[in-house]
Design a protein around this ligand. Structure first.
Ligand SMILES: *[C@@H]1O[C@H](CO)[C@@H](O)[C@H](O)[C@H]1NC(C)=O
Ligand SMILES: *[C@@H]1O[C@H](CO)[C@@H](O)[C@H](O)[C@H]1NC(C)=O
Ligand SMILES: *[C@@H]1O[C@H](CO)[C@@H](O)[C@H](O)[C@H]1NC(C)=O
Ligand SMILES: *[C@@H]1O[C@H](CO)[C@@H](O)[C@H](O)[C@H]1NC(C)=O
Length: 317
């Protein structure tokens, strides 16, 4: 298992590193090594904890999420009402929409996939950058925005259901906030959702997007579009030597948006010993600067902080 994962990921990572030494068309000329700043535990608790708990529950089975009977992962969230569960545990990854009365929010949480599957998709030459659907994202028209085909296809399968579900959830609960979250593939789809919701919801609704282990979703124009639409309402949290935030590689034209928060260490009890804010896109002091010699699929799954991990093993229910 671990061997096959490494064989899948290493070629892309090696290619990614070679691009630094020998830039080719589509690579970035401006390496960003802006200084990072420490993030306090209080900020982690106030901004990242609730999204992480929702992203963890997104890995439970549809039936456990529907009844919100998934054991400790559900109990950690308290009194949450599930409004909609979608996906089919196959080509359409599970997602759910819930009302969280503690924050008066409608929450959209997307399930991810096995990291081995994800890295296969990202390394598959059949799937490259394709034009963003500007019928759906009218604000993207004429901006040459491209995203990974696998991510856009997956997003399209649930986009209508998510938009309708959030709109009806806002209307039925009177919530004034929307939180979008997910891990891994779920982080990629959640980011596309956040862009869709930002374009379609009333501007009085406060949007927050907090995702974990986000791969590179699109090109430079996409990263700029995300930055200008979501700004500081986006947080993408990366853990130590997780390879997923560095694929697909920069030399294929992929760029991470700003707002990375990088976990630099986790102790034996699952507590983060350091988290830094990484200014700008693809900051070399954070995931983008990781050495391929230190690649850790385990870091993709966690723990990230507060002993929170993601993936099927993190919610057996
Ligand atoms: C960021 O990276 C630059 C260049 O590698 C380095 O000089 C600087 O010390 C780093 N800063 C932090 C805060 O890690
Ligand atoms: C749980 O939240 C619902 C609304 O989502 C509310 O009607 C109910 O009173 C709450 N229950 C508790 C025990 O707080
Ligand atoms: C583009 O978005 C529209 C909705 O705005 C949808 O009907 C259409 O199927 C999407 N196209 C593709 C190729 O997914
Ligand atoms: C943050 O929490 C971690 C884990 O409990 C701890 O090691 C660290 O000292 C804390 N930092 C601060 C500033 O409280």
């Amino acid at each position: 298992m671990v061997r096959s994962i490494l064989f899948t990921v290493l070629p892309a990572l090696l290619a990614s590193k070679l691009s630094v030494a020998a830039p080719i068309v589509g690579s970035r000329s401006d390496d960003n090594s802006a200084a990072t700043t420490a993030v306090s535990n209080a900020t982690v608790t106030s901004d990242f904890l609730q999204p992480a708990l929702f992203s963890r529950v997104a890995y439970c089975s549809s039936s456990a999420v529907q009844s919100f009977q998934c054991g400790a992962p559900c109990q950690a969230l308290g009194n949450v009402s599930v409004l909609q569960v979608g996906g089919n545990d196959g080509t359409v990854p599970m997602y759910f929409i819930a009302h969280d009365p503690s924050t008066n929010s409608i929450v959209v949480a997307h399930q991810g996939t096995d990291p081995n599957n994800l890295l296969s998709i990202l390394n598959d030459a059949e799937f490259g950058l394709v034009d963003l659907n500007t019928t759906r994202f009218t604000a993207a028209s004429g901006k040459s925005i491209q995203v990974h085909q696998g991510f856009q296809d997956t997003f399209e399968r649930t986009a209508d259901g998510v938009l309708a579900g959030v709109q009806s959830g806002l209307a039925s609960t009177g919530a004034t906030n929307v939180l979008v979250t997910g891990h891994s593939l779920g982080a990629a789809v959640a980011t596309l959702d956040a862009m869709l919701l930002t374009e379609n919801l009333d501007p009085s609704i406060s949007m927050t997007t907090s995702v974990f282990g986000l791969p590179r979703v699109g090109n430079q124009a996409w990263a700029d579009f995300v930055d200008s639409s979501l700004g500081t309402t986006l947080s993408h949290i990366t853990n130590q030597n997780d390879p997923v935030p560095t694929v697909p590689p920069e030399f294929l034209g992929f760029v991470q948006p700003s707002q990375e928060f990088h976990i630099t260490g986790v102790d034996s009890t699952g507590q983060a010993t350091g988290i830094v804010a990484c200014p700008g896109q693809d900051n070399e002091n954070c995931s983008t600067g990781n050495s391929i010699l230190d690649v850790s699929i385990a870091n993709h799954l966690g723990p990230y902080f507060d002993d929170i991990s993601f993936g099927g093993a993190a919610c057996p229910a």
